[in-house]
Design a protein around this ligand. Structure first.
Ligand code: GLN
Length: 503
């Protein structure tokens, strides 16, 4: 079974189809690994359901789809009906969605087998998977290091051989950066390429679902399966979905590759820069043409991203109020109108002034207490920080100066890319400015953590597709390179990645 871990989905598919291996054997092997693992990559596993599904598939013997019987892990902010979706948060600890995300329906129809839900930074906010209420995930290449984030559980499960592939979500780098840290492939599609129905919202103008795999071929297969317009997500676009896998060609002859000067300057670790440039020269030898380009507004990307993403967070997370979803503070006793422990606000019950207006004010005060205490207990520090930052940036008086300005700069960043793409077909950059960092290294300094996203947020702000693939290592830690494409041109970035991987 172990040998299957080094093979692509299409090869595993053949083994299953020709009955050389049973699907159940594969799933059992996966759970042997998962149950022994100390990576903490999963929050929930579906062992009995996955085995039952495998037996059903073995019995039916219909292996027409490449994904039939293939194990997959799902980031725990994507809903699977009837199973917990926690978002790595205490506030959703017991939330069980009553419906499937569209991507889940599509994978299920293809016959993929869900192994479980993977760990993440709370509500996908972070770059290290240390912000999870379920403890951190560890890097499969070296457990002293973070796996990246926020899809760190998905990346570690793929990198650590605890699944064949995984889904993640990427708002500002959350698929690409963990893929880079764990030595695997991670693809964030164009904004609008994949339905987000059933993805718990973090920053709606940026969030995309994408794939984490061990090779480029697998990314093509998975993307093809989950992509496409969906009536249930009005931001999904009606652009035809190519046969990414069938069209996959290791061809870069004549391809124009742009190297943005801002992505290779100060702050980029020398070993990262060297590995990425080596890879670029490999592509040059294969016939690609190199060209230096400029994305002059890159310096503003982090502040723009963190203003827009937090503003949207403050709106999206307002719904967690202890009434409709998941957690409610235990200090609140339903019906008593009292706080169990002295909140200093429990005297409201005795007040009967007889003045209507006053009475209703007292009541709403009580409800507000419940919201506040629930949210205080339910959210972790990073989520609270972002809700506050976002609320601040949206306040009247600051709105024009912060949020609106950020929206305008976002336009300029997108324009930089449009201009660059007049000259070149794709852009290549490092995925992360540094090697993976150690657990605890950046948790005390949020700004340092935010800066680790500097090379990934711009493509998100511009809605562009981007892939991270491994391009070498240093002291046993993995380095990734990022290929950014034109809107909806996932095929070209896949082909380039494929050419490099083969070379
Ligand atoms: N690390 C970035 C953040 O903390 C990106 C997260 C993401 O893409 N979900 O916001």
């Amino acid at each position: 079974m172990k040998e299957l871990l080094n093979q692509s989905i299409s090869k595993i598919h053949l083994k299953l189809k020709e009955r050389e291996r049973a699907c159940l054997e594969l799933i059992e092997f996966m759970f042997e690994k998962i149950n022994k693992s100390s990576l903490n990559s999963y929050i929930t596993t579906f062992e009995s359901q996955a085995k039952a599904r495998a037996m059903e598939i073995d019995k039916k013997g219909d292996f027409n789809n490449l994904l039939t019987g293939i194990p997959i892990a799902i980031k725990d902010n994507i809903c699977i009906k009837g199973f917990p979706t926690t978002c790595g948060s205490r506030i959703l600890k017991d939330f069980i969605p009553p419906y499937n995300a569209t991507v889940i329906d599509k994978l299920d129809k293809a016959g993929a087998i869900f192994l479980g839900k993977t760990n993440l930074d709370e509500f996908a906010m972070g770059s290290s998977t240390e912000n999870s209420a379920f403890g951190p995930t560890f890097n499969p290449l070296n457990p002293e290091y973070v796996p990246g984030g926020s899809s760190g559980g998905s990346a570690a499960s793929v990198g650590g051989g605890e699944t064949i592939c995984a889904l993640g979500s990427d708002t500002g780098g959350s698929i690409r950066q963990p893929a880079s840290f764990c030595g695997i492939v991670g693809l964030k599609p164009s904004y609008g390429r994949v339905s987000r129905y059933g993805l718990v919202a973090f920053a709606s103008s940026l969030d995309q679902i994408g794939v984490l795999t061990r090779c480029v071929e697998d990314a093509a297969i998975l993307l093809e399966t989950i992509a496409g317009q969906d009536d249930r997500d009005s931001t999904s676009r009606n652009v035809s979905v190519p046969f990414y896998f069938k069209n996959l060609e290791p061809k870069v002859k004549g391809l124009k590759i742009g190297l943005p000067e801002e992505y290779f300057g100060e702050g980029i670790a020398p070993e990262v820069k060297e590995r990425v440039l080596n890879a670029v020269h490999t592509l040059e030898k294969l016939g690609a043409k190199l060209c230096e380009v400029s994305l002059p507004h890159t310096d503003y990307a982090i502040s723009t991203y963190y203003l827009i993403a937090t503003a949207e967070t403050s709106a999206n997370l307002a719904r967690y109020d202890g009434v409709r979803y998941g957690y409610r503070s235990r200090k609140w006793e339903v019906g008593s109108g009292k706080w169990e422990v002295g909140s200093g606000k429990s005297e409201v019950r005795g007040q009967k002034s007889g003045v209507r207006g006053q009475k209703s004010e007292v009541r709403s005060q009580k409800l507000k207490d419940m919201y506040e205490i629930t949210r205080d207990e339910g959210f972790g520090n990073e989520v609270k920080r972002r809700i506050m930052l976002g609320t601040f940036g949206l306040q009247s008086g600051y709105y024009d100066e912060y949020y609106l300005k950020a929206r305008k700069v976002r336009g300029l960043i997108a324009e930089d890319f449009e201009n660059a793409f007049k000259e070149v077909d794709i852009l290549i950059t490092p995925t992360s400015p540094t090697l993976p960092f150690k657990l605890g290294e950046k948790t005390k300094d949020p700004l340092q953590m935010y800066l680790s996203d500097i090379l990934t947020v711009s493509a998100s702000l511009a809605g562009l597709p981007a892939i991270s693939i491994p391009c070498g290592d240093f002291s046993g830690l993995s380095i990734g390179l990022q290929i950014i494409g034109k809107p909806f041109d996932e095929q070209t970035i896949l082909n380039t990645a494929y050419a490099y991987e083969r070379a």
